[in-house]
Design a protein. Structure first.
Length: 121
């Protein structure tokens, strides 16, 4: 008859990470998305939804008319985002250039005064 293994050993063996393979290379840096394109796509989606709801307005119950205002707010915030995103990117680029000049162009992972990051981040 086969002897059962103690439960502690089973649990210890199942959660052990010592047998995992180590990564062969570093993870790639995150991809940079086109912020204006993403904002424009979202704004267009809200605008299309608004047009559809305006066309079908007569078929909506009176308690569902808030959807129209939701789309209006979505379009408004999207237009604000289209104006704000370029300003934000320019501001971040200026801060990075100013911070790089102050630090003497510290490399990735290195921090210096004025970069707004904690050491090691």
């Amino acid at each position: 008859m086969r002897q059962a293994r103690p439960i502690r050993r089973i649990v210890r063996d199942s959660v052990s990470l010592t047998g995992m393979a180590r990564p062969l290379r570093e993870a790639p840096p995150p991809l940079e998305g086109n912020d204006q394109l993403i904002t424009a796509a979202g704004t267009i989606a809200w605008a299309v939804a608004l047009v559809v709801l305006l066309i079908l307005r007569s078929q909506l119950s009176s308690s569902d008319h808030w959807w129209i205002w939701t789309c209006v707010v979505g379009v408004g915030l999207g237009l604000f985002g289209l104006a704000y995103v370029p300003r934000l990117k320019r501001s971040r680029a200026r801060k990075a250039a100013r911070g790089g000049a102050e630090r003497g162009d510290a490399g990735p992972g290195e921090t210096g005064p004025g970069d707004g990051r904690a050491p090691g981040n």
